[in-house]
Design a protein around this ligand. Structure first.
Ligand code: CDP
Ligand code: MG
Length: 140
């Protein structure tokens, strides 16, 4: 098993309800370490590029509007098999399908406002980390 890094966003529905600490605690309990973290408000252009893979989907406009509606916390998480482990801790996209104890089961409000983003593969993790963090922010 290799030490990996993945990219996470604590979404506006969660920052609005002051759930950042509770969500980070779930990452840490799962063995994921926060190695970079900042609170930002995304621009529409950033959201559209970040979610570009979904640009043809019917929910794209609503998703981008939601992601820029309030600040988010962008993070880099590190651990053994961090990409898969983070997806496991997040739970299924639709909170109705998310396993008990996962972030989305405990906190998500709907399939759209589902509290967290997590990279889905090594390539997207590397791209997403580089999209939000400079090399200097990733030391150590
Ligand atoms: O976030 P995840 O990788 O689990 O799901 P996705 O299929 O990559 O979709 C990205 C995001 O689009 C989701 O997390 C939701 O916020 C949103 N979405 C939505 O609003 N309605 C759907 N039917 C599917 C996704
Ligand atoms: Mg996804």
């Amino acid at each position: 098993m290799a030490l990996e890094r993945t990219f996470s966003i604590i979404k506006p529905d969660a920052t609005r309800r002051n759930l950042t600490g509770k969500i980070v605690a779930k990452f840490e309990e799962a063995g994921l370490r926060v190695v970079a973290s900042k609170r930002i408000q995304m621009t529409l252009a950033q959201a559209q590029v970040f979610y570009g893979v979904h640009s043809e989907r019917p929910f794209f406009g609503e998703l981008c509007d939601f992601m820029i509606s309030e600040p988010v916390v962008v993070q880099v998480l590190e651990g053994e098999s961090a990409i898969a482990k983070n997806r496991e801790v997040m739970g299924a996209t639709n909170p109705a399908d998310a396993a008990a104890g996962t972030i989305r089961a405990d906190f998500a409000e709907s399939v759209g406002e589902n509290s967290v983003h997590g990279s889905d593969a090594p390539e997207t993790a590397a791209e997403e980390i580089a999209f939000f963090f400079s090399g200097l922010e990733l030391v150590g």
